[in-house]
Design a binder for this molecule. Structure first.
Ligand SMILES: Cc1ncc(C[n+]2csc(CCOP(=O)(O)OP(=O)(O)O)c2C)c(N)n1
Length: 546
């Protein structure tokens, strides 16, 4: 068989269902091998869209999403989405075609050193230099991408390798068991927890992967330990749970920082320093920290754990639960319940009344009332992301998807395409700013062609809003952020997609309810009043002082 046929057999062996990408001449053999396979190649309108689809697929499923591009410009277009998956700890395998080996050593058409380009944004990458290596390279790329901490890997397939004859077969994949937590470290952690007056858990993105969240729920319920989540840790325990103190990691002081300040022992569970620097919550370096993660702690003066438990997170929390089983209710919840209540009251204060101008937190409250625990909210990056993280309650791991490692604009719309393919029955809402929407709006055509349904919400402020919010906070004015926009409703309709531009609260609520429940592919343009942004900063100066 041809190298390309073996390559595709290996992908089938990894359970790949879809490959997102833009075709190119140098991947002709691979495309025709794919055509004969069980895998569907999904042409996207930009390689970045393909990479974000693979990124969100990986994050939601735990199995590597796969994207593909041609050499040169196709490969450089993939880079942002691949880097996003890598920093967001999302399993992804990127495949790039390459010129034949006979010309990669010299300057030639579209020839870039792709292994060098992808090296700093992947966990591992390689060029396939012989068809005999195909099975090993593919198995390794998937194994590396999917093992903790997950991330991106990259395979380069030169066109002559794809064409060559080869004999071989895919390598059998076996589930690898991670090591159990160390008993001495567990006992040290228990001893430290028992010295605490005000213990607090920071749940990061590692706490929403695998089966950690059930064990975490048991730990906090049995011992009344409160949890703050990072943006990507949202849903580690449901926000409806009385131990949830919602989300931390804003560039301003929020109400729940009262509890963080008061906490003496911090259990950092699956905490990812790429999301939120420890200086933000441990400025005086006086917290006693227990680090629970798949990997050792990063070295940081503001993050010096007394105990590090490096093992499977779910297994570690399970062991803590076993060892604490005889100690019922170690702590009382009185020290943090008022913080929780103030957060809840603050979020509901944004509920819109008829006649009010639309605001992002106001619309999020409407979404919260329409969406159920089975639904999915995907946020893009911008001011709306701050509001989603702060005000939208997560019900479960992966109920809210936010990119907060690389934090790249443009992820939400392609991400919704992947989520809809992965879970066709799920109701999905993607929220974004006008800036992020127009970065990857071309993927509306991909969505339409695939006949997937989800609700796209554009919060329109004709501005790169988060940047002007920050500039306004720092300097009292903004520069370089103002935009003009097309008619988004007409734009959506030009793709044959339903467009909405509601004008009253009643209309907004009715149209959103219909659109979300019916899972139609549609675009809402919601003009927003951004004064709430500055008001939140002004309020934050007093929020923590009650
Ligand atoms: C790809 C990329 N480019 C630039 C940035 C920097 N950035 C962060 S938020 C933002 C503005 C986002 O504007 P918009 O999408 O309209 O959302 P809004 O802030 O108005 O809610 C920018 C430019 C980024 N995070 N990602």
């Amino acid at each position: 068989m041809k190298g390309a046929d073996l390559f595709v057999q290996c992908l089938e062996n990894e359970g790949v269902k879809y490959i997102f990408g833009v075709p190119g001449e140098e991947m002709e053999d691979l495309l025709f091998s794919l055509e004969k396979s069980s895998i569907q190649f999904i042409p996207t309108r930009h390689e970045q869209g393909a990479a974000f689809m693979a990124d969100v697929w990986g994050r939601l499923s735990g199995q590597a999403g796969v994207c593909i591009s041609t050499l040169g410009p196709g490969a450089t277009n993939l880079v942002t989405g691949v880097a996003d998956a890598n920093l967001d700890k999302s399993p992804l395998v990127a495949i790039t075609a390459q010129a034949g080996l006979r010309r990669t050593h010299k300057e030639s058409h579209q020839n870039l050193n792709l292994v060098d380009i992808f090296h700093p944004i992947t966990k591992w990458n390689a060029s396939i230099s012989s068809p005999v290596a195909i099975a090993e390279v593919i198995r390794k790329a998937f194994k590396m991408a999917e093992s903790e901490k997950p991330g991106a890997t990259h395979i380069e397939l030169p066109e002559d390798i794809a064409e060559m004859e080869v004999e071989g077969k895919p390598i059998f994949q076996k589930h690898v068991r991670r090591s159990d937590p160390d008993n001495v470290a567990l006992d040290e952690a228990i001893a430290l927890i028992k010295t605490a007056k005000h213990p607090l858990i920071i749940a990061g993105n590692g706490a929403v992967r695998k089966s950690s969240s059930e064990e975490l729920g048991r730990l906090v319920h049995n011992h009344s330990i409160p949890v703050v989540h990072t943006f990507m840790g949202q849903g580690a325990i449901p926000d409806s749970n009385s131990q949830s103190l919602f989300t931390i990691g804003f560039g301003f002081r929020d109400i729940n920082m009262d509890a963080v300040d008061k906490a003496d022992v911090i259990l950092a569970i699956g905490y990812d320093i790429a999301e939120y620097r420890p200086e933000g919550w441990n400025p005086r370096k006086d917290k006693r920290i227990i680090h629970i993660d798949f990997e050792q702690a990063e070295v940081d003066v503001h993050y010096q754990p007394e105990v590090e438990i490096v093992a499977d997170i779910a297994a570690t929390i399970r062991e803590l639960n076993v060892k604490l089983a005889d100690d019922k209710h170690l702590f009382d919840n009185s020290w943090y319940q008022s913080v929780r209540k103030r957060m809840i009251d603050d979020v509901s204060s944004y509920t819109l009344k008829e006649g009010d101008k639309f605001t992002i937190p106001g619309v999020l409250n409407i979404l919260q009332s329409i969406m159920t625990d089975d639904d999915l909210l995907i946020s893009d990056v911008g001011s709306h992301k701050i509001w989603v993280a702060r005000n939208f309650s997560a019900c479960c791991p992966n109920g809210v998807i936010i990119s907060n490692g690389l934090a790249s604009m443009g992820i939400a719309l392609p991400g919704a395409v992947a989520a809809a393919l992965l879970s066709p029955g799920r109701r999905i809402v993607a929220v974004m700013g006008d800036g992020g929407f127009l970065m990857n709006s071309q993927e509306l055509e991909t969505a339409k062609r695939l006949k997937v349904g989800f609700t796209t919400i554009i919060f329109n402020d004709n501005d790169y809003g988060l940047i002007s919010w920050k500039q306004q906070t720092n300097r009292g004015k903004s520069t370089g952020t103002r935009l003009t926009n097309p008619d988004f409703k007409a734009y959506a309709e030009s793709f044959g997609i339903k467009g909405y531009r509601p004008e009253t609260l009643a209309q907004l609520t009715a149209e959103l309810t219909h659109a979300i429940r019916s899972k139609e592919l549609c675009v809402f343009e919601i003009p927003i009043d951004t004064r709430v942004n500055a008001e939140l900063i002004a309020k934050s100066k007093t929020l923590g002082k009650k």
